[in-house]
Design a protein around this ligand. Structure first.
Ligand SMILES: *[C@@H]1O[C@H](CO)[C@@H](O)[C@H](O)[C@H]1NC(C)=O
Ligand SMILES: *[C@@H]1O[C@H](CO)[C@@H](O)[C@H](O)[C@H]1NC(C)=O
Ligand SMILES: *[C@@H]1O[C@H](CO)[C@@H](O)[C@H](O)[C@H]1NC(C)=O
Ligand SMILES: *[C@@H]1O[C@H](CO)[C@@H](O)[C@H](O)[C@H]1NC(C)=O
Length: 437
């Protein structure tokens, strides 16, 4: 019997090694990203399981990993729960080993380690089993999608149906791109041994897809007469680790899987907004409060009340010659569209700069990213007041990232950002999704 299991194990290992060393090794992968018009979430479709199905997911930049609803319609011959104390459980940093008192099915197995999948929209979390299954997605040379590649044992967590509350219609889980060993970027980079980098380029349109790249550039966007590599002209700022988790559920001592950057000042029309004693909010304290993070699950940038007030007062003062109109919720500062000039980079308003590690490095937001057209006539400053008790002082939201390329370099712990691509006469909807395979 012992000999039999030894051989069995040996064969299994050989098969695993063969399938994990694909003859074609991609340098990068690519997926379209769409914007849900009602929830303003950014979604991708990931092909998973055997037989393969396309699973719609909400993209969560700071999410820890992939989780999907396993309670409804999870059918796959390649689903494998992660056995307690396995290498998979330790890679996932699981701290629990569970049993399930119902008949076995995906999401319900005995002696399986678990994680706590969370929903950042409703701020809820629950327990779920860690498992692996095959996923497939197109490789890219940076210009087009190419040959589709498989990741045979892609780790993810099962969540229950109720955890989907608040997510875009039809979505079956969350694709986490955060700072963990099992986030999508980490697993793709380790499977194919490519650069620990990924990039997102969110489209401002709900009809035209943006793009997410896993791996290094080039990231080519169509542009007349030739495409341009938008990875070649980025500014860089260090990514900062928040030592305290910002997820809905966590264990003591766990750092946040979200991406923080070091905003040191805010300028409007190249003049510094006085933040006075509230400037301290820009630094992450030892409880993990404060600082600035980037979040695709917030449709608009949210600021601590004190910062919000300072910014909006300054902005209104800079535009004091333009008469304001009645506010349209959730915004407070609105203007008649016709009273603002229009430019290549949106409504002509003073640029808002998030100043980073020094005066020369700033993320500049033009009208296209600062002003939101709420109807045909009214355009509002697209920042929200988060209240006095926000965990993070500034949460840069999806709207402020649209038509900007953001590259996350995990090995060097830095963010590369392009500012508005509209200046370069392209947009995030300009990746050529016609396959070259
Ligand atoms: C995801 O799949 C649905 C259904 O096929 C499709 O309507 C949608 O456009 C796809 N989204 C993306 C981002 O590819
Ligand atoms: C787990 O083990 C218990 C006790 O042996 C058993 O009653 C239960 O059906 C098992 N559950 C699964 C999902 O295998
Ligand atoms: C506002 O209008 C006044 C009077 O027309 C003008 O002198 C001033 O320069 C304007 N200020 C700005 C910021 O446009
Ligand atoms: C998009 O890519 C396809 C496949 O390489 C190519 O034939 C087509 O010309 C490209 N489209 C544009 C607008 O460049």
């Amino acid at each position: 019997m012992a000999t039999f299991s030894y051989h069995h194990l040996l064969i299994f290992t050989l098969v695993a090694v063969t399938s994990a060393a694909p003859s074609f090794r991609p340098k990068a992968l690519v997926l379209p990203v769409s914007k849900d018009p009602s929830k303003l979430q950014y979604t991708i479709n990931l092909t998973q399981r055997t037989p393969p199905v396309s699973v719609p997911l909400t993209l969560h930049l700071g999410g820890s990993y992939l989780w999907v609803d396993c309670d409804r319609n999870y059918v796959s011959s390649t689903y494998r729960p992660a056995q307690c104390n396995s290498a998979q459980c330790s890679l996932a940093d699981s701290k629990s080993c569970g049993t399930c008192n119902s008949p076995p099915r995906p999401g319900c197995n005995n002696d399986t380690c678990g994680l706590t999948p969370d929903n950042p929209i409703t701020n809820t979390a629950t327990g779920g089993e860690l498992a692996s299954d095959v996923v497939q997605l197109p490789s890219t040379d940076g210009s087009n999608p190419g040959r589709v590649v498989s990741v045979p044992n892609f780790l993810f967590t099962c969540g229950p149906t109720f955890l989907l509350q608040g997510l875009a219609k039809g979505v079956q889980g969350i694709a986490g791109l955060g700072r963990t060993k099992i986030s999508l970027p980490s697993q793709f980079s380790s499977t194919f041994s490519f650069a620990r980098k990924f990039a997102i380029c969110l489209s401002a349109s709900t009809n035209l897809n943006g793009v997410v790249f896993f791996g290094d550039g080039p990231y080519r966007l169509l542009h007349s007469p030739q495409s341009i590599d938008v990875s070649s002209s980025l500014m860089y700022t260090p990514l900062i680790i928040n030592p305290v988790s910002t997820a809905a559920a966590s264990f003591a001592g766990e750092p946040s899987s979200e991406y923080f950057i070091g905003v040191t000042a805010i300028k409007i029309g190249e003049k510094e907004v006085p933040l006075n004693k509230y400037k301290a909010l820009l630094t992450i304290d030892n409880k993990g409060n404060g600082g600035t993070k980037i979040s695709t699950v917030n449709p608009y940038t949210v600021m601590h009340t004190s910062i919000y007030k300072a910014v909006t007062n300054f902005f209104v003062n800079e535009l004091k010659n333009v008469s304001r109109v009645k506010a349209v919720a959730p915004f407070q500062v609105c203007y008649d569209m016709k009273s603002l000039p229009s430019t290549r980079v949106g409504a002509g308003v003073p640029a808002i700069d998030l100043v980073l590690q020094n005066e020369k490095v700033y993320w500049r937001m033009f009208g296209a990213n600062s002003m939101v057209a709420v109807n045909g006539d009214v355009i509002c400053l697209g920042f929200l007041d988060g209240g006095e008790n926000v965990r993070t002082a500034i949460v840069i939201g999806g709207y402020q990232m649209e038509d900007n390329l953001l590259q996350f370099d995990l090995a060097r712990s830095r963010l590369g950002f392009s500012s508005s691509l509209l200046f370069s006469q392209t947009t995030c909807a300009n990746f050529n999704f016609t396959s070259s395979a």
